[in-house]
Each structure stands twice: as C-alpha cells, then as structure tokens.
Design a protein around this ligand. Structure first.
Ligand code: GLC
Length: 535
C-alpha cells in the first residue's frame, strides 16, 4: 500500500499533492440501489490509499434535486439521502484522514437549487420583497414585461436556452445555468455571510479544502446590461468585486489551515493569476493544460505559460487532464482533434482508443512529473474511455439545454467497474446503475487491472509512488529533437515524452525508472511514450 507522502501536520501538502476527484454518484454503490454513495466510498478507501493519493475532492454531495448532477444544492449542511448522512460523511473524513488522505468539498456559490429554502421563500414572497433581493429578480422588457430583461446566453455550451425564467407573478429571475439553478446576488451581505458560515461548517468537520465552482462568475453588473452593447468590464465574468469576496474567504480558511481550489476558466493568464494572489485562492484548475492538444510545442507552451503566470504570485500550478465535465482523456487523445473544447465536441466523433490510451499513459507520466499539484478524475487511473449513452438514458441538462446538439457530460460519469465477474462490473449489487455501463466495462475493472503489470492502474500506482523523487524544485528543459519534451527537476530525475512520429534516443541517464510503454529493440522511446529516468 502506498505511503502518504505528506505528514498530517504538513501545512504545504497542497503544493505538491495528487488529488483524486470522487463523483460520488458513480464511484461505488454500497447499498446496491444503483447510485453510488458514501458507504461505497468508505469501503474503497483502502483502494484510494493504495493508489497513493493525498486528498479526495468530492463533487457536491449535498441534498439536491439532481437537475445538474448535484451542482444544484438545496442544503449545504447535510448529505443527500441517496448518498448517506452527515454522520457518515464525518466518519468518512476521519477514516480517510487516518489513511493520510485529506478531504476537499465542493461549494457552488454562483447559484443554489430552486428547492433551496431561500429560493422557495423568494418565490413565495412575491415581487419587490426582501427575499427576492438575495437573487436577481427583474421585470421583463416589452409592453407587458413579456421579454427577458437582457440578452445573456446560457453558460451551458452549445446552448441558446434563455438564462431568464418568468414566474406567474410576472417577475423574471436570472440563472446562468438551468432554471433550477437561480443565481445568487453577491452584492447582498447575507449571501456573503451565509457562504462564510458554510465554509466554517465544513472546516469544523475536518475538511482540508474547498473547491469553488464557477468561481469567476459570481459577481454581476447590477445594471445587467445587454452583451450586445459590448459592456466593459464584462457584466458577469471575472469582475473585480470578486477579489474582495475571496480575500474574505481566505481569512476564514486561514483560521483552519484550509485551502481553496478555484474553477476559474479564463483565457487571460494575467487575469487568471489575480485569483491566486497570496491573500486569495491557494490554487486554481489549469484548464489551458486540460484543453491543450497532444502536440509537443503546444504542450510546452502551455507548461511554460502556466509556470510563468504562477511564479509572480507564488502559487503552485495544477495539472489536470480530465474531470466530470469534459471528454475522458483516452478518447480525446484518440481523436483527430485532440484539443478539448465544449463547442466542437459532437456525437459520433471517431476515436482510436489504442492510440488514445498510449497517449494518456504518456500524459500521466508527464503531468505527474511537473512541478505543482495533480488532479486525477475517478476512472482516469483505469483508462476508462468516454461512453456513448443512449438518448433515452441521458441525464445531463447540457444535452437538453442544447436541444440535443451538445452530447453532454454523462459519457464521463459512467459508474466505475470494480470487479470483472460481478453484476454491473462490481459497481453495486442489485439495481442497474443510474447510467448504463458499456458492454466492455468489465474489461476495465479494478480487480483485473490489479493483476496486470501493464495496466493503466499499475502505471498510475507506480508513478504516484515514485513521484516524490521529482522533489518540489523547478523544471529545466533539456535539448531534445522536434516533437520530444524532455526536462529535469532539481531532484535529479528526468521526464521525456515522445510526441514525434519516430522513436527518440533517450538523453544520458543512469537508470530508467518507469516508462509508459516498452522501449524499442534499440532502447529508444517509441512515439506516444514517456519515460522517467535518473540523471
Ligand atoms: C461547474 C461544474 C459543472 C456544473 C456547473 C454549474 O462548471 O463543474 O458540472 O454544471 O459548474 O454549477
């Protein structure tokens, strides 16, 4: 079993951590009803400790009508009954901690569920009420207020669905995502107070960190101007008021030694880095790396930009290949266009999974060798591909909001395969899983991969165990042929990744420690393969 690399009292654990994202609904089903739950996670903690991860990030596990997979939260101080109870979550946090694994919870400050008590009260209280001030209620345009208050587009890719919904009393309310996710008014002091209380609630239960959903969208221009008028600054993306919110959150986190990771999708590296100033968020997801195509020059540029943007603020980078919103890595890397972009992903895009898997293995060694923290999304360590979900089983609102044009995100949320010869590949015992597993799912099962020295799981276990040899010093690029990435880290370890179409000669080294695939007869690194070497 892997040894936790970070002592329980190490305040800097997050700077070099490997963090595993658990999407509870699809992780492991303890009670066999077809939905993953906390009992399932608790039973698999030894597996996670064996993988060697430092922390678990749980996608929202709170009571939710599940109109957006739990990102529609009805109560931040409880656990969805389908997943378990608060007492069980507390046990889980403590049990994980005993195995050296910290817990990160997910907070969704931009919006709540329409079933949250605040929104129910606002709906009942009527136009002009104080309750409605916690949200963005407006009268409509047009002679009878029959037109939405402005022209903002839905934040679900490919969707032209409106972001305003009208209530029978004539008021419209804003929801950047689904109508069941009304946006909160962050100019209201009660909204700020409530979220700081929620942070305390979870820090007091022993969580080590908080992931902040849609972190750059909270603040809105109070005039809600039309986007067609090209208002500057942008009326709802990356507004300066947000930084005061996060400074205040940071003071709360510092009381508990807690850390933040922000979901900040911003193309401008300078604007992105502002969220990572020393008195704001500790880290943010690296979507530039996640979106980058399998191309040596592009990846090197993404790595250099990342390191350069983080350096002045002293924040560690994060390296992310995949999460519950995007195409699974082996599928993406097996496509002709290996970049990730919500806008260009369509049904039926062909993928060469053998090629994608080779590349995903090499990418795993690349990300785990870079300076900073690494995020791993459940099933990535099994090399799961994106699954096709039959139209009549689709759950994701992104699909419905786009009128079926965007494939949605169910394909990366399929319940995990644990045991090759068990019903539902060992996910749960009795009921069919909430999303159907493809026929070949058992071939990816954990028990099968544990027996296979060449499996993706074995590669991840070895790599995570060896990773500390890279240390936490900087990276230096080494001379390498076109299409080959080679760098050393201060600890004396080297990483070489061949993205060229021909085999590459390895740089001078004393020992080869791990490769993502076999070297050729001449000892060269084949295409789409990576090696970790001792200098
Ligand atoms: C984030 C989440 C995504 C969710 C959206 C709205 O992007 O990762 O799953 O749909 O926010 O909360």
């Amino acid at each position: 079993m892997g040894q936790p690399r970070h002592a329980p009292e190490d305040p800097d654990w997050w700077r070099t951590a490997v963090i595993y994202q658990v999407y509870v609904r699809s992780f492991a089903d303890g009670d066999g009803d077809g939905t993953g739950d906390l009992a399932g996670v608790r039973s698999r903690l030894p597996y996670l400790a064996g993988l060697g991860v430092d922390a678990l990030w749980f996608s929202p596990w709170y009571p939710s009508p599940m109109k957006d997979g739990g990102y529609d939260v009805a109560d931040y101080r409880a656990i969805d009954p389908a997943f378990g109870t608060l007492a069980e979550a507390e046990k889980l946090i403590a049990e994980a901690r005993e195995l050296g694994i910290r817990t990160i919870v997910d907070i969704v400050p931009n919006h709540v569920s329409d079933q949250h008590p605040w929104f129910r009260a606002a709906r009942a209280a009527g136009p002009g009420s104080a309750e409605r001030e916690l949200f963005h209620f407006r009268r409509g345009r047009g002679t009878d207020g029959e037109l939405p208050p402005n022209d903002w587009p839905s934040q679900f890719a490919g969707s032209t669905a409106p972001v305003w919904t009208r209530l029978p009393d004539g008021d419209w309310y804003l929801h950047l995502f689904t109508p069941e996710q009304p946006d909160l008014n962050w100019a209201h002091p009660a909204v700020r107070q409530e979220h700081e209380d929620v942070l305390r609630f979870w820090f007091e239960r022993g969580v080590a960190g908080v992931r902040i959903d849609s972190a750059a969208l909270l603040a809105k221009d109070p005039d809600l101007p039309d986007l067609a008028t090209r208002p500057r600054p942008h009326p709802f993306v990356d507004r300066d008021e947000l930084h005061a919110v996060y400074r205040s959150w940071r003071r709360v986190a510092d009381e508990y030694g807690g850390v933040f990771v922000g979901e900040v999708w911003l193309p401008d590296p300078e604007r992105f880095a502002r969220y990572l100033r020393p008195d704001e968020l500790h880290t943010a997801f690296n979507f530039a790396f996640l979106s980058c195509p399998w191309d040596a020059a592009r990846l090197r540029a993404a790595i250099d930009t990342t390191l350069a943007e983080h350096a002045p603020v002293g924040a560690p980078a994060t390296w992310v290949l995949c999460n519950h919103d995007v195409t699974r890595t082996v599928t993406r890397y097996g496509r002709e266009d290996t970049a990730f972009d919500f806008a260009t992903k369509a049904f039926g895009t062909p993928a060469d999974l053998a090629l994608g898997t080779r590349r995903a293995r090499a990418a795993a060694l690349l990300s785990l060798a870079l300076p900073g923290a690494v995020y791993l999304y459940q099933g990535e360590e099994l090399g799961l591909p994106e699954a096709d979900v039959p139209a009549d089983r689709v759950q994701d609102p992104m699909y419905f909001r786009s009128g079926g044009a965007a494939p949605g995100r169910d394909g990366c949320r399929i319940p995990l395969p644990w045991a090759e010869d068990m019903p539902y590949a060992g996910f749960g015992a009795h009921e069919e899983p909430w999303l159907p597993q493809p026929a070949d799912w058992p071939s990816y099962a954990v028990d099968r991969q544990e027996r296979d020295p060449d499996s993706m799981l074995t590669l991840y276990r070895r790599a995570i165990a060896l990773r500390p040899m890279f240390g936490d010093g900087p990276l230096s690029w080494l001379p390498a042929p076109d299409g080959v990435l080679a760098f050393s880290r201060a600890g004396g370890a080297l990483c070489v990744v061949n993205l060229a179409p021909t085999p590459a000669v390895l740089p001078p080294h004393s020992r080869s420690l791990l490769t993502s695939g076999p070297l050729d007869e001449a000892g060269r690194l084949p295409p789409d393969t990576a090696a970790w070497l001792r200098a």
